[in-house]
Design a protein around this ligand. Structure first.
Ligand SMILES: C[S@@+](CC[C@H](N)C(=O)[O-])C[C@H]1O[C@@H](n2cnc3c(N)ncnc32)[C@H](O)[C@@H]1O
Length: 314
């Protein structure tokens, strides 16, 4: 697995439920958006559908609720490279057919799906992911995608988070925290001046972190919490067991570096209109899939691109 695929797998293994940095209100509006699009665009009779890069089921929940309108209900294949995501998904929705594979090589037949959908996922499969999506759409079938936008609120939030985590790595923040934990707990034979040096190094790093936080604007709750916990633990270090502190720090470091990998992968796959249009044209022309692209906005904020496609009979 690539780094970003395995970091997604670890993310879903923790039981994480959401992949997007959205408020509860935005999440509700996103659900309403999908219900409206499904109602307007899906065929009257539908038996087969596929969701690409389903994750832990944000969009799957919308699809399952919408499919309740059909008799019989369509079969939904849920594709993802993460076994952990699919495991969670199947625990939530017994009726789905999980398909663990890469977006670049999906094992469903040409023209076999009356509905092909993805929410901020297909772009992780690159050109081949777009080709596969277009290939699977049935004649008279529909394709509905939300795709990352290179000038969206989600992109900017990701960029801020990544900048903060990169700063922590460059500052050797994690090393400074663990060094202070050890020295302050008399785990080493540190002299008074070595203790003062360890403390000062950490205090300086915390001050730089605070300045950067103020300068770059809102970052994820996880990063803010980590910074606050470090500042608090630096002062109360003797109230905890050293082994507990070091375990916590190692866990946080893994989580933050994983989230940086996912964030960087997201920044790499996000596109502007020209890039997305060129990609859709090149990959879908051979499959005679017609498409339309528009910005996807919620409450006046651009969050991505909405791509709608359909395959007419030749
Ligand atoms: C941003 S998450 C989106 C998940 C879900 N659609 C949602 O909106 O919550 C991207 C998903 O794509 C999956 N993924 C990333 N690269 C992939 C690849 N090359 N093939 C299959 N799945 C991939 C990850 O495991 C993850 O679940």
């Amino acid at each position: 697995m690539t780094d970003s695929k395995s970091s997604w797998d670890r993310y879903w293994a923790k039981g994480s439920a959401a992949a997007l940095p959205l408020s509860d209100n935005e999440q509700r509006q996103l659900g309403q958006f999908w219900q409206a699009q499904l109602l307007q665009n899906t065929p009257k009779a539908m038996t087969s559908a596929v969701e690409l890069a389903a994750g832990a089921g944000d969009l799957t929940a919308q699809l399952m609720s919408f499919f309740g309108l059909y008799r019989p209900e369509p079969v939904l294949h849920a594709v993802d490279s993460s076994a952990q995501a699919l495991h969670q998904l199947q625990a939530r929705f017994e009726r789905i057919q999980p398909l663990q594979c890469d977006l670049a090589a999906v094992t469903l037949a040409d023209h076999s799906q009356q509905l092909v959908v993805s929410q901020f996922g297909i772009e992780y499969g690159g050109e081949a992911g777009f080709r596969e999506a277009g290939r699977m759409v049935a004649v008279d079938g529909v394709l509905l995608l939300l795709v990352h936008h290179s000038d969206s609120e989600i992109f900017r939030q990701c960029a801020r988070n990544n900048r903060m985590i990169r700063f922590m790595q460059d500052e050797q923040f994690f090393t400074k925290v663990s060094h202070w934990f050890r020295v302050a707990q008399h785990d080493s034979a540190a002299t008074e001046s070595e203790m003062a040096a360890a403390r000062n190094a950490l205090m300086q790093a915390l001050q730089h972190a605070q300045r950067l936080l103020q300068q770059i604007g809102p970052v994820s709750r996880q990063i803010r919490q980590f910074y606050q916990d470090c500042a608090e633990l630096a002062a109360k270090v003797r109230s905890y067991q050293l082994s507990e502190l070091l375990d916590w720090l190692e866990r946080m470091q893994t989580e933050l570096v994983d989230s940086q990998q996912r964030g960087e992968a997201m920044q790499q796959v996000a596109m502007d209109y020209q890039q997305l249009d060129a990609l859709c044209r090149a990959q879908w022309h051979p499959w005679q899939l017609q498409y339309h692209i528009e910005p996807f906005e919620l409450a006046g904020k651009t969050l991505g691109w909405f791509v709608k496609g359909n395959k007419k009979p030749a």
